[in-house]
Design a binder for this molecule. Structure first.
Ligand code: IPM
Ligand code: MN
Length: 354
C-alpha cells in the first residue's frame, strides 16, 4: 500500500498562502511519481484570523498539530498587527510546544544564481547552519520594571541547559558525518564575552567531539568573525552549529549569499516528533496577491520536509528541478523580477520534477 503522509498546511500571512500553494503543487507532482500520498489539512492561523476573532491560536492547536507527520508553513507576520504578537503567538509557540529544537538552514548557491560575493560560486557556497531552536534569548525569560519611567529596567535573559546544548550538538555532529563533505563542524559562539553561555557550548562541543566523533574536525569561531568569514571565505564551512539568536542573525546573512530570501528554506526539526518547514523570508505583505513573489524558498522547504520524512528520492527530484529553473528560466530570484509569475515558477518546477 502507498504510504500516506499527514501534512498540516499553514499558509499564514501575506504571500505565505501563495508560495505554499506552489510548494504543494510540486509536492503532489513528486508524490505521484514516487508513489506516496499526501493527506493535506489546511489551517487558517495568522493575522487575518486574529484580527477577525481576537484569537491567536485555538486552544487545541498543539494537539491538532501532533496528529500530523509534518507541518508546511508559509509565513507569519501581518502589517496591522503589532510585531511580536503573531511571531511569538504562532511561530515561536509552535516551535517551542512541539520542541522543534533544531532549525536547519542550508546555505547553498545553485549554478546560475547571482551572489553578492565577488569571485565566489556554487563550489564555494555550500554549507548548513544548525541553529539551536529552543533556548537562548527566545525563552521569554526576563521582564520589565518601572516601565515608562526614566528608571525603567528591561532584561531578556539568554538561557541554555546542558541538555539543550547536547542534543543540538549531537544533531550537528551526526549531520556533519552524514554529509561526508569536509568532515568539519564549526561552533559559532562568543566565548570572549558570553563567558557563561558559550563556555557551556564550547566544553560540551569538545567533550562530545572527543568522546563520540573523533574523526570530525572541530573548529570554533566567534560570531562576529563568523560573519566576516561567511563573506570572505564561505568555502571554509561545512556545518556551523550555534545558539538560537546568533543562528537567526547569521542565517539571514547566509541567505543573501545564496541568492536571497526567494530561495532560502528552513526546517524546524524535532527529530523525535513533528517538524515544521518554512521559507525563511517572511510574509512580504507588499507583494501579496500579485502573483510575483518567488515560491522557490517554499518549494525548497517542501523538499526538506520530504527529506526529513525519508522520501529522499522525491526530495532529490525537487532539488534538481529547482536547479534547472534557476539556471535556465529565471531572470532573477527577486519578487517581480523573475521574468515569470509565482504560479509559472511552480508549474516549471513541478514539470521538471517528474
Ligand atoms: C526566523 C524569524 C523568527 C525568528 C521571528 C519571526 C520570530 O526571524 O525564523 O528567522 O527570530 O526566529
Ligand atoms: Mn530570522
Amino acid at each position: 500500500m502507498a504510504k500516506t503522509y499527514k501534512i498540516a498546511v499553514l499558509g499564514g500571512d501575506g504571500t505565505g498562502p501563495e508560495v505554499v500553494r506552489e510548494g504543494i503543487k510540486v509536492l503532489k507532482a513528486v508524490a505521484a511519481v514516487e508513489g506516496f500520498k499526501l493527506d493535506l489539512a489546511d489551517y487558517d492561523w495568522g493575522g487575518e484570523r486574529y484580527l477577525k476573532t481576537g484569537e491567536i491560536l485555538p486552544p487545541n492547536a498543539i494537539a491538532e498539530m501532533k496528529k500530523h507527520d509534518a507541518i508546511f508553513l508559509g509565513a507569519i507576520g501581518h502589517p496591522d498587527v503589532k510585531p511580536g504578537i503573531l511571531e511569538k503567538g504562532i511561530l515561536l509557540t509552535l516551535r517551542f510546544a512541539l520542541d522543534q529544537y533544531i532549525n536547519l538552514r542550508p546555505v547553498k548557491l545553485f549554478p546560475g544564481v547571482e551572489t553578492p560575493l565577488k569571485n565566489k560560486g556554487p563550489a564555494d557556497i555550500d554549507y548548513v547552519v544548525v541553529r539551536e531552536n529552543s533556548g537562548d534569548a527566545y525563552t521569554g525569560s526576563g521582564g520589565v520594571m518601572m516601565k515608562g519611567t526614566p528608571h525603567e529596567v528591561a532584561t531578556q535573559t539568554a538561557v541554555y541547559t546542558r541538555h539543550q546544548v547536547d542534543r543540538c550538538l549531537k544533531y550537528a555532529f551526526d549531520l556533519t558525518k552524514k554529509r561526508k563533505k569536509k568532515n568539519t563542524l564549526a561552533l559559532c559562539g562568543k566565548t570572549n564575552v558570553l563567558t557563561f553561555l558559550y563556555d557551556l557550548w564550547e566544553r560540551a562541543f569538545h567533550e562530545m567531539g572527543q568522546a563520540k566523533y573523533p574523526k570530525i574536525k572541530r573548529e570554533y569561531y566567534h560570531v562576529d568573525a563568523t560573519c566576516m568569514w561567511m563573506i570572505k571565505n564561505p568555502e571554509w564551512f561545512d556545518v556551523i552549529v550555534t545558539g538560537n539568536m546568533f543562528g537567526d542573525i547569521i542565517t539571514d546573512l547566509g541567505a543573501i549569499t545564496q541568492g536571497g530570501m526567494g530561495i532560502a528554506a528552513g526546517g524546524n526539526i524535532n527529530p523525535e516528533g513533528v517538524s515544521m518547514f518554512e521559507p525563511i523570508g517572511g510574509s512580504a505583505p507588499k507583494y501579496t496577491g500579485q502573483n510575483i513573489i518567488n515560491p522557490l524558498a517554499a518549494i525548497c522547504a517542501g523538499q526538506m520536509m520530504l527529506e526529513t520524512l525519508g522520501e529522499e528520492k522525491a526530495a532529490a527530484r525537487i532539488e534538481k528541478a529547482v536547479m534547472k529553473v534557476v539556471a535556465k528560466d529565471l531572470k532573477s530570484l527577486s519578487a517581480g523580477k523573475m521574468g515569470k509569475s509565482t504560479s509559472e515558477v511552480g508549474d516549471l518546477v513541478a514539470k521538471y520534477s517528474v
